[in-house]
Design a protein around this ligand. Structure first.
Ligand code: 6GU
Length: 246
């Protein structure tokens, strides 16, 4: 997986991505990351890449040409056919990112991210180069860098070899539309709070049932809308009924 990021803040992207699990994967060559600083493609040649919005109004707009030139630079670095290259523009106007999107994008060999700033980006360059517009949720951020990193992190962990066996062995929130059960480690009693006794019982069947119930309780409490897509058996449904009527 090769990530290319067009941004005004390449150091932010590089610092973030070269840390922890994604950093290890880059060092191993499982992922690559290249940033292109849009400011280096200023039309006036003075580093200026924004201008006033036609029609007036507050704020500045990122101009089309520096972004287009940055995109041409990215394309020139990609040796394979770029006919179907996915170019993702991070914007609160986009479709909301979710796990299945991460799964799907992880199948690509190359992904390009365009991080906007100021009040927006000239619509014409979006229409010319962007294939996907993506938001990471219903709140407004100052720029697309954190959303791009959120997406790359979620996509990276779907790339074979990025997670160790121990890391990928954990059951996954969202992959089955249920939230994860709570976890406990030593000591057995911490500041007066014991570990749930079933986890110390050594009875594997009871542990599994308790974990399943905890997942169902958490999902019902925090994200009830997920339950309609979850794969529930008759025991799950009976359990949910029993706790909803409490
Ligand atoms: Cl992708 N960009 C910005 N600026 N704000 C956001 C977002 C993206 N997703 C949620 N909020």
């Amino acid at each position: 997986m090769n990530f290319y990021v067009m941004t005004l803040f390449p150091e932010m992207i590089e610092q973030g991505m070269n840390t922890s699990i994604t950093g290890r994967a880059i060092a191993k060559g499982l992922l690559s990351l290249e940033t292109v600083n849009i400011r280096d493609y200023s039309v006036a040649g003075n580093g200026r890449i924004d201008d006033y919005p036609y029609g007036g109004g507050a704020g500045m707009v990122m101009q089309a040409e520096p972004i287009y030139r940055a995109y041409e630079e990215v394309k020139s670095r990609i040796t394979v056919d770029t006919g179907h290259l996915r170019v993702i523009y991070l914007t609160p106007q986009g479709r909301v990112f979710h796990q299945e999107m991460a799964q799907e994008l992880a199948q690509e060999e190359n992904l390009v991210f365009l991080c906007g700033h100021y009040e927006g980006v000239d619509e014409r360059v979006i229409e010319t180069v962007v294939t996907d517009q993506v938001s990471i949720g219903d709140y407004v951020l100052t720029g697309g860098e954190l959303p791009a990193m959120v997406m790359m992190d979620a996509i990276s962990r779907m790339v074979p070899g990025v997670l160790s066996n121990a890391e990928s062995g954990q059951s996954e929130s969202f992959s089955d539309h249920l939230l994860e059960y709570p976890q406990y480690s030593r000591p057995e009693i911490w500041r007066g709070q014991p570990v749930p006794p079933v986890l110390l019982s050594g009875h594997h069947g009871n542990v599994e049932r308790w974990r399943r119930e905890q997942s169902l309780i958490r999902t019902l409490k925090s994200r009830p809308e997920l339950l309609k897509d979850a794969d529930l058996d008759s025991g799950d449904i009976a359990f949910l009924k029993s706790i909803s009527s409490e």
